[in-house]
Design a protein around this ligand. Structure first.
Ligand code: SF4
Length: 315
């Protein structure tokens, strides 16, 4: 993001952010994958579906989005008259980037008669070319509402798509995309971790590869994983999704032990580099300067809104 030379960042960042929040009549929405300090001062922390619902229902004048670009864009689609701020405009997503609108248009045009169900991790342009948007929380429910004789195109996550095919028994054509974070988990290291902690259950997000999912005791969206650790009698969990969720697990269910699923390399690849672009400093500066702002043309917004509304009605 653009940092002005006159910008100074105060020491008491959290207090200043809360002061600006009141001054702007803003709501701070944060995804589970944000750094823990941002989660702690957000008005609401959730997954993509919950954040979309909150964005649709808010009466605040300003939405400050602790998440990635497609999420803030969704908030703008739902709230055209509100100022939507994203601390770092470059906070992208490998799934959204791997599904450019011109190629997606071709994919659709070469499969007439198909209904296009598209994961919310995509750009507004791709949403506008889709019939129904889904999240990992509601995708199964939405697919089950599509008549059995209607063929489905599912984009852009092939791993989520394959898992949904298995669950619903529907034959779907899948876009060949994946999440850089969820594809990085090492099955070999996860097995080694489970040998060290034999009582630990593996729980996984459906964006993970099928071989890893086949080892999981439970598969679900980030919110579903959070609920699962609270209801399961197990005391230890190996968590195969972005490591930011561990903060909420420790808050909601202290006393249990959580091990982040290790990535293949000795790096922090189980953290989303896009999500982690947002920092407390950038959050403060975007609220102080009221920029960077999400903007979009009204024609695109209206076309992208339709499949999101269908999702909200059907889920
Ligand atoms: S964790 Fe994966 S799917 Fe989620 S924002 Fe990061 S790159 Fe995209």
């Amino acid at each position: 993001m653009l940092v002005r030379t006159t910008d100074t960042v105060p020491h008491n960042l959290a207090d200043e952010i809360l002061r600006l929040k009141n001054e702007l009549n803003a709501v701070i929405l944060a995804h589970y994958y944000q750094e823990s300090e941002i989660q702690d001062l957000a008005d609401f922390v959730g997954d993509s579906l919950e954040l979309s619902r909150r964005a649709a229902a808010t009466d605040a004048d300003v939405i400050v989005f602790g998440g990635v670009h497609f999420m803030a864009e969704t908030a703008k689609i739902l709230n055209p008259h509100k100022l939507v701020l994203l601390p770092d405009l470059d906070a992208g997503c490998s799934l959204a980037e791997g599904c450019p609108a011109p190629a997606f248009r071709q994919f659709r045009e070469s499969h007439p008669g198909h209904v296009a169900i598209t994961y919310i991790n995509c750009t507004a342009e791709v949403k506008a070319l889709s019939d129904i948007i889904c999240t990992s929380s509601n995708a199964e429910k939405l697919i089950r509402q599509i008549p059995a004789d209607t063929p489905i195109l599912f984009s852009p996550d092939k791993n989520l798509g394959a898992w949904l095919q298995k669950k619903t028994g529907r034959d779907m054509l899948l876009w060949n995309g994946s999440c850089i974070v969820h594809e990085t988990f090492s099955e070999r290291k996860i097995i080694a971790l489970q040998l060290e902690h034999p009582g630990a259950e593996i729980i996984a997000h459906p964006e993970c590869e099928a071989s890893l999912l086949s080892r999981a005791a439970f598969i679900g969206s980030t919110s579903a994983l959070l609920h699962y650790v609270q209801s399961s009698p197990a005391q230890e969990f190996i968590v195969a999704t972005e490591a930011g969720i561990l903060h909420q697990m420790e808050k909601h269910c202290p006393g249990k032990r959580y091990y982040p699923a290790p990535p293949d390399a000795n790096c922090a690849c189980n953290e989303c580099p896009h999500m982690k672009r947002n920092t407390m400093e950038k959050l403060y500066l975007c609220m102080k300067n009221r920029t960077p702002e999400i903007t979009m043309g009204e024609d695109l917004r209206l076309r992208a809104l339709k499949p999101i509304q269908r999702m909200l009605e059907m889920s």
